[in-house]
Unconditional design. Structure first.
Length: 80
């Protein structure tokens, strides 16, 4: 019996990349999840889910995250 997991779908990979990009940018500028949540008026749990790729945030939320960080939106959605 194999325990291999099925490959992640393109959507799941993109959400993971978005979350990783947000997390990395927060780390670079010294912004905690709490700081970002406070700046956006959202809960830390929601920010955490986004960073882990567990939520598909609306584009308005992605734009708000970028503005709260002072970076272009493309910084979060660029897949290199």
């Amino acid at each position: 019996m194999s325990t291999k997991k099925a490959p992640a779908s393109p959507k799941v990979r993109r959400l993971g990349l978005l979350g990783a990009n947000i997390q990395e940018q927060c780390r670079r500028i010294g912004l905690t999840q709490q700081d970002l949540a406070d700046a956006m008026g959202l809960g830390v749990a929601y920010i955490s889910l986004i960073e882990r790729g567990g939520r598909n945030p609306p584009i308005e939320t992605v734009v708000t995250i970028a503005k709260a960080m002072g970076v272009p939106v493309a910084r979060h959605v660029d897949d290199g």
